[in-house]
Design a binder for this molecule. Sequence first.
Ligand code: RBF
Length: 157
Amino acid sequence: MPGVLKSGSANTKLNLSRKRFAIIVAEWNEEITEALYDGAVESLLAHGVKKTNIVRKNVPGSYELTLGALWMAERKDIDAVICLGCVIQGDTPHFDYICQAVAYGITEVNIKTKKPAIFGVLTTLNKKQALERAGGKLGNKGEEAAITAIKMLAIKG
Ligand code: RBF
């Protein structure tokens, strides 16, 4: 299906056993963001990342992902940051503001810190669409976010 990155491998020769990842998880829509987290961790481990090299931090909502990501990316011992959240339009009157703020915010973290900060935020019309992308029929976007982080580290070398 176009636009759907199938689960699998980053297909890189990069040795990931010493790379350290921070995963920031928004607590809003917890059922979804926990599934994204599980997908991200599973994927990192499958690529040879050590469990002890994965740091998890929770933030209250997706809006807080930016600052959480900045704090983590500024740490010398972190190589890449994966931001996971879920904003559901039907439940969120200021959907556009939150989505835009977090998209710009995470972009800035990339530029300011020169480290990959990955946008793993679902922005969906309803909960069904979110579930489909959090381990349902459209895969797991947490897993894709992890693969993206690995690919960016591989580009940097
Ligand atoms: N955070 C999310 O991650 N997903 C949401 O769907 C979401 N909806 C919200 C709806 C309202 C009305 C409010 C006030 C906040 C919402 N938040 C949501 C929380 C937001 O990301 C942030 O944590 C708070 O606005 C505090 O800065």
